[in-house]
Design a binder for this molecule. Structure first.
Ligand code: CP3
Length: 368
């Protein structure tokens, strides 16, 4: 067996590999489940740990990231963990200032306005120097997990990061960033390429540090049409997966499953399932059976319960989960929400979701 550099520290044997097997389309005893934003403000212990501390300071502390990653696992039998961090650490690595404004979200005091502003970005990013704190957090968390469940690393995708860097924060229309796509296509591609190069090194570093799977968040697919998606998002998503996989191979490292989550990108499902990712993540606007048909068994699927369904009663959550699991089927399926857990969610509802996935999928598997 090939050895990832992390393994030199004699890690614990993985006790629950259900998530990894489902990602590869292999047989499982139950459908694995985790939640986007499972480490988040809906947990009182998360709010307590984060209280009074700057968000990105927290991201730069490997000990804090490790603790926040482990918190949800102490409460619920999730089948995977995801490192606590943020997609906006990549624009920071490129030299941009990003603040997290409580109650408002991310803010870039000096967003990119015109193509000339690209000169403000670091032309060459030393990923180990700029993002080594994430790698340290991953390695520490792998050790502390003691093989309980796999650890997922992640990144934002180029278009999503580009849109934040130009909008300077959250936006409903993304019109400033989309203006670049229509008015400055060359400069847009230049920026997307630059982001892609950093992201590839960043993901590779995460695997070397101990990440056992990778998720790429293209959160802003919904504001693109199919043609813009094909030109400005999809080629970079594909490039990332291909280059990460090639580089892992060249370095003698094991392949890790990669998940692409293009939120609201239902129009691109066929293409996404042919983009070198093992898993395609889905939001709740896609019907499970139609997603299966459209992806033709080429990939495993992840998702996609509406996070708002967690406001329902425990009994109703159980019914919704049963229908969802029946729709996706138990093979090549990872249960998740269609987006992150909302901060006002009752933790008990998240527990009910996890339990319902395990119970209903076991029942379905025993019936077959
Ligand atoms: O999923 C996890 O549990 C892992 C941690 C994680 C965070 N952000 C922690 C976080 C992950 C995977 C992300 C990704 C991320 N960050 C995305 C992609 C996923 C998506 O939501 O589409 C995006 C778009 C961001 C940018 C970002 N960071 C936003 C829009 C916000 C929310 C601001 C707000 O106030 O709601 C953040 C902050 C953030 N990142 C929080 C957490 C737990 C909440 C702020 C806090 O803890 O103080």
């Amino acid at each position: 067996m090939k050895v990832n550099s992390f393994h030199q520290g004699e890690p614990s044997e993985l006790k629950n590999d259900t998530f990894l097997r489902a990602a590869r389309g292999e047989e499982v005893e139950h459908v694995p489940v985790w939640c986007m934003r499972q480490a988040g403000r809906y947990l009182p212990e998360f709010r307590e740990s984060r209280a009074g501390k700057d968000f990105f300071e927290t991201c730069r502390s490997p000990e804090a990231c490790c603790e926040l990653t482990l918190q949800p696992l102490r409460r619920f039998p999730f089948d995977a963990s995801i490192i606590f961090s943020d997609i906006l650490v990549v624009p920071q690595a490129l030299g941009m200032d990003v603040q997290m404004s409580p109650g408002k979200g991310p803010v870039f005091p000096e967003p990119l306005k015109e193509p000339d502003d690209l000169q403000r970005l670091r032309p060459k990013v030393d990923v180990d120097a700029e993002l080594g704190y994430v790698f340290k957090a991953i390695t520490l968390t792998r050790h502390k997990l003691e093989g309980k469940v796999p650890l997922i690393g992640f990144t934002g995708a180029p278009w999503t990061l580009m849109s934040y860097m130009i909008e300077g924060g959250g936006s409903t229309t993304h019109s400033k960033a989309k203006r670049w796509l229509y008015r400055h296509p060359e400069a847009s591609h230049k920026l997307l390429r630059q982001l892609t190069d950093v992201i590839v090194e960043y993901l590779l570093g995460q695997v070397k540090a101990g990440a056992q799977a990778l998720q790429v968040f293209e959160s802003h697919t919904g504001c693109l049409g199919p043609a813009e998606f094909k030109e400005f998002s999809l080629p970079y998503l594909r490039d990332i997966a291909r280059r990460v996989k090639d580089k892992l191979k060249d370095s003698g490292l094991d392949n890790v499953p990669m998940i692409v989550f293009a939120k609201d990108g239902h129009y691109g499902l066929e293409e996404l399932s042919q983009s070198h990712y093992e898993v395609v993540g889905l939001d709740w606007t896609v019907d499970p059976r139609s997603a299966r048909e459209r992806t033709g068994g080429r990939v495993s699927l992840q998702g996609n319960m509406d996070p708002c369904a967690l406001y329902a009663t425990k009994e109703r959550i159980s019914e919704i989960v049963k229908t969802m699991v029946e729709g996706f089927g138990t093979r090549g399926y990872i249960a998740n929400l269609g987006h992150g857990v909302y901060p006002d969610m009752d933790p008990e509802s998240v527990g009910a979701f996890v339990e319902a996935v395990h119970t209903h999928s076991r029942q379905l598997l025993n019936r077959n």
